[in-house]
Design a protein around this ligand. Structure first.
Ligand code: PLP
Length: 412
């Protein structure tokens, strides 16, 4: 076997140590199983397989077809969908594929704004979505910081979009897909749900399934779903042909069959009682974490969480920006990301908030007690940023990491 180049090897080992020695609170990250890692780095990377199972533009695809078909059937079963496409290289490409399948450039779409929790691909002006389509945005209610369906309805009735997008990157409450569907029906719009963040919760029964109401559902496969990095689209039978054609040959060439195998493995793992328990624990942990943060006197966006994530208003709680809070926490070994809060007066690169989530550390075995400890560490670090205090807190962080090891058998 060829040796890994020593320059890459050094960084790879440092990254392994970083993942092992930090408390990972980025809500969109997770630790995949060693089986998923093996498949992602397998010989499947060698194979060209443009097309779909049974209809490829290359020879030698019989085993690739078997793997992709297993994933399609599993995804349909888990999410109760008529059709599944596992080929999108990412969540962004899944979204682009849907827009291209269902719309023309310039068509109207109603989606959540970025500062309320939406994603770049939901119409941010410098993203392809905002450039090619005419997005109108809804936000959250100023008092509750939850989706304001009166506002959604008003915007939809005013603009009569062809597509409504529900789903977000930083929204901590259960999304009422039925209400979205009722509003979409009023103007005969299609409903797309981007469940990238909550797909694992949906698979594990800890969040309502959007497929019950949506025409099409997009997702990433690497967040709460804990699979190989990439995207996936689920849809009604009537849209299947259009969706498939929009991904290939529309916006992609050869599918990443190594990544697809890593998605299929994750779907097998998700189709189990163990994963149901995991999904439930993610939410139980997030709620215990939220309560402990609030007990420290910290303000949380939307007053807490129903899912895997929490947005902390660090500016009102500690007088620091999201950018500074992210840096201070990283100093003591806690990884988070700065995040806009609703009606934020700071720019997206500064922000007033920090987004935290429980999926990754729940994978490592954290329960409520550990998240209560983490809440206390966060609070103490942001209240007293002296070197001596941060040093003492980083020791508490490394003790917790040692107690909950990950990837013990991995050696590069
Ligand atoms: N949609 C939502 C709601 C997301 O949160 C993300 C990623 O953070 C995406 C889409 C895009 O996924 P990717 O980073 O794989 O392009």
């Amino acid at each position: 076997m060829k040796k890994i180049n020593e320059n890459i090897l050094k960084s790879l080992n440092n990254e392994l140590k970083r993942q092992q020695n930090h408390i990972e609170l980025i809500a969109s990250e997770n630790y995949v199983s060693e089986a998923v890692l093996t498949l992602s780095g397998s010989i499947l990377t060698n194979k060209y397989a443009e097309g779909y199972p049974g209809k490829r533009y290359y020879g030698g695809c019989e085993f690739i077809d078997e793997i992709e078909n297993l994933g399609i059937e599993l995804a349909k079963k888990i999410f109760k969908a008529d059709h599944a496409n596992l080929q999108p290289h990412s969540g962004s490409q899944a979204n682009e594929g849907v827009y291209r399948a269902l719309l023309e450039h310039g068509d109207k779409i109603v989606a959540m704004s970025l500062d309320a929790g939406g994603h770049l691909t939901h119409g941010y002006p410098i993203n392809f979505s905002g450039k090619h389509y005419d997005f109108k945005h809804y936000g959250v209610n100023k008092d509750t910081e939850e989706i304001d369906f009166d506002e959604v309805r008003k915007i939809v009735l005013q603009h009569k979009p062809k597509l409504i997008v529900a789903g977000a990157s930083a929204y901590s409450k259960i999304i009422d897909f039925k209400k979205f569907k009722e509003i979409a029906d009023e103007v005969e719009a299609l409903l797309m749900v981007d469940m990238a963040h909550i797909a694992g919760l949906v698979a594990g029964g800890a969040h309502p399934n959007p497929m019950e109401y949506a025409d099409v559902v997009t997702t990433t496969t690497h967040k709460t779903l804990r699979g190989a990095r990439g995207g996936m689209i689920l849809c009604k039978k009537s849209l299947a042909k259009k969706i498939d054609a929009a991904i290939f040959p529309g916006i992609q060439g050869g599918p990443l069959e190594n990544q697809i195998a890593g998605k299929v493995q994750a779907l097998y793992e998700a189709d189990s009682q163990e994963f149901k328990d995991y999904a439930k624990q993610i939410v139980v942990n997030a709620q215990a974490f939220a309560k402990a943060l609030q007990n420290e006197g910290i303000r949380l966006v939307a007053n807490g969480t129903d899912n895997h994530l929490i947005t902390i208003d660090v500016k009102s709680g500690f007088g620091v920006t999201g950018k500074d809070a992210e840096k201070i926490l990283e100093k003591i070994g806690i990884v988070t990301n700065k995040n806009m809060i609703p009606f934020d007066d700071e720019k997206p690169f500064i922000t007033s908030g920090v987004r935290v989530g429980t999926p990754a550390m729940t994978t490592r075995g954290f329960k409520e007690a550990e998240f209560v400890k983490v809440a206390s560490i966060i609070s103490r670090s942001l209240k007293n940023q002296s070197e001596a205090n941060l040093l003492a807190l980083s020791k508490e962080v490394s003790d917790l990491c040692e107690k909950f090891p990950i990837y013990k058998n991995i050696k590069y």
